[in-house]
Structure formats: structure tokens, C-alpha cells
Design a protein around this ligand. Sequence first.
Ligand SMILES: Nc1ncnc2c1ncn2[C@@H]1O[C@H](COP(=O)(O)OP(=O)(O)OP(=O)(O)O)[C@@H](O)[C@H]1O
Length: 267
Amino acid sequence: MPNLVEIRDIQFGYGDRTILSELHMDFPRGKLIAVMGGSGSGKTTILRLIGGQIRAQRGSIKVNGQEIAELDTQGLYAIRRKMGMLFQHGALFTDLNVFDNVAFPMREHTNLSEAMIRDLVLLKLQAVGLRNAAALMPAEISGGMARRVALARAVALDPELLMYDEPFAGLDPISMGVAANLIRNLNDALGSTSILVSHDVHETFAIADYVYFLSKGKIVAQGTPAEMRVSEDPYVKQFVHAEADGPVPFHYPGASLQAELGLETRA
Ligand SMILES: Nc1ncnc2c1ncn2[C@@H]1O[C@H](COP(=O)(O)OP(=O)(O)OP(=O)(O)O)[C@@H](O)[C@H]1O
């Protein structure tokens, strides 16, 4: 199967409130696919559905050919072991040093010897340029470094699927560029498949193979970054060119300013 993850006709809501509908997405093996969209458009919800944390009311989500909704607890546990996740702000365990943070999933999920874990942790830290920071505590490193440690921890078990939720949030432009390149390089070095949720156009377009644009729980545009850059779709244009107003209104809906100021002409 060319796609590691396939989403077909997904419908998901919290209570009566529909969050995602008619969702159809492909995540081909080895590729880095971005999911972009405004706040609340349902991006994180897609990652949670793929990870099996929540279940859709309708439709199918297959990972490696397996229907996620049909897995029992043990099956879910087995498949999640093949997923690396880096969530917003990628919090580290503050009472563990950098080394032990990266070693944590290995100690938790494998029976590897400490000697083997040591070598593997040092290799992961080398990949993110922080081998010499192994003994430092999270409080002693910068935000950008902490994100790189979180990346090393996310890839500790050589996952087939890597999911990143806003990995650039709160980073300065240089750290953002470093993190973006690392995400691309780790994907290629591990031969994995990556899903990147972000609203940072510059960094995302620089590394993604394909981009889905989500608005109000639906895919409104999709294509390569090059195609999206020249897209005439109003939503994509607003997003890519950071226009304040467009299909996504700047103003919270309600009465017009004229009406509020009593200036509206009445017939
Ligand atoms: N546990 C929950 N119960 C009810 N509604 C929720 C829950 N989690 C999320 N939502 C709602 O679902 C919608 C989609 O949320 P989601 O987190 O997927 O959006 P997002 O695109 O990732 O947004 P952001 O970029 O702000 O993180 C939002 O309107 C949110 O308020």
C-alpha cells in the first residue's frame, strides 16, 4: 500500500457540534505532509483520530492497512508504539535531564540493556546536535534546544509515523528554521512518514511534500507548496499571503461598527 495513513469520509463531532466532515486524506509513505488551517479548524483533532485517542462517528482511518477503530487496547498500544508524537510546546519531563528524557520511551517500551540505550540516546542527541547537552536539565537549556530534545525523544523508537502539532510555536526564526530542517532530515533518515500540523507558512512550505488546507473541518485546498503559492483560491491566498481579511473574517461576527456607533442609515 503506497499510503501509510488513509482517511476516508470521516465525520467527527463533539456532541452535536460537527468538527470534521467528508474528510478524505492520503499520507504516502516516506513523505512529509502538512495540515494547515486557522485556529479551531480541526487540525489537532485529525492527529488524535489517527492516534486512536478519539473515534470518528463515521468513515475509515487506516494506518499501515489497519482500521484504527477496530483495534482493541492491545492493538492500539502496538500501533502507537510505531508513532512518534510531538505536541505543542513538546514539554519535557522537568525532573529528568536531557539524556533521561530521550531514554524514557526506550526504557518504557523496550527491554534493551542500559548500555544499548546509552548508545541509542547518544545517536538521537547527535542527530539533533545536542549530544554534549546530555547531562543538562530542561531548566538549563533554551526553548529551541528543548524542542530539539523533544524531537529526539519523539524519534527515540524509530517510529514509522511522526506527528507534529505546531512544532514551531513560540520559537524564534532561527530556531524555527533549525527545527524545520530537523523534521525533514529525521523523516528522510528514518524513512518514516511525517504529518506536520502548523500555521507557519514559510517553514512548512520549505519542507513539506504536500499540503492540505483545512477550514471549518473540511479540506478546502490541497497540493504541493509550489502549487499552493500560486493558488487563486481565496482561502489559500489569505493564508499564504497573511492577509488580515478574506474568507476567514478578521472581525468576530455581529453588529457592524456603523450600527454600533448609530451611524447606520435607516430606510
Ligand atoms: N474535548 C473537546 N470537547 C469539545 N470540543 C473540543 C474538544 N477539543 C477540541 N474541541 C473543539 O474542536 C474544534 C477543533 O479543535 P482542534 O484542536 O482540532 O483545532 P486546531 O485546528 O488544532 O486549532 P489550533 O490551531 O487552535 O490548535 C475547536 O473548535 C475546539 O474548540
